[in-house]
Design a protein around this ligand. Sequence first.
Ligand code: PGA
Length: 252
Amino acid sequence: MSQRRPLIAGNWKMNLNAAQARALVGEIGAASSVHCDVLVCPSYTLIGSVVGQGVAVGAQDIFWMPSGAFTSRVSASMLVDAGCEYVIIGHSETRGRFGKLEVASRTVGYFAETDETCNLKMRAAIAAGIKPILCVGETLEEREQGRTDAVIAEQLRVGLDGVDMATVIIAYEPVWAIGTGQTCDTPEAERVCAMVRAELGSAGEHVRVLYGGSMKASNAPELLCQPNIDGGLVGGASLVADEFLAIVAAAV
Ligand code: PGA
């Protein structure tokens, strides 16, 4: 039986104001769980509103330099100072390949995350004592080309290069399942999470591997009882207390 403690992480993305964030974390904290770790990842501006309320807090991104002339960026030590214990790194919405929006008639790139910048951020987070959650996953096009495993293996190889694995968490998030309502079917989610674990070699036994992508109360029990799925990275459903708490309750 696995010794890995489940982790249910809510990625609030760019949502909520301070009052809404306090109310939501209050509901989550009041029902806080002893059988798994519970985490919320709000926008930077909301971190101060949710720390110290019985739920672990993480950020949605980090910059790897410790300080300096990097307008708009937030360093690892700033996150520690603000009370964060975790950080999401390399979410598909920040990776350069996917971080694009249609604006009027043209496409505007708004982030330029690569596997190399993910690696720099992993190192910076660990050096500061923050637990990093590295997101990996394939696009629909990559899946249809039969490249799912190769794409993820490369994201892991570069993203984890030279990284101390003791506190690392991996989230498998198929890009086509994020915010679409389309969940990766359970046997396939389990297969990819097992593949991720195998790629980690001897560290794989203790690293928590999460699934993310349209996880909700209705599909969480089936996903979370798989031997290689140690928790969830939850977007939309983490903004609704009852949904999120039902996912927490389903963690085994
Ligand atoms: P979703 O988002 O649960 O809304 O699909 C997951 C994520 O982006 O981490």
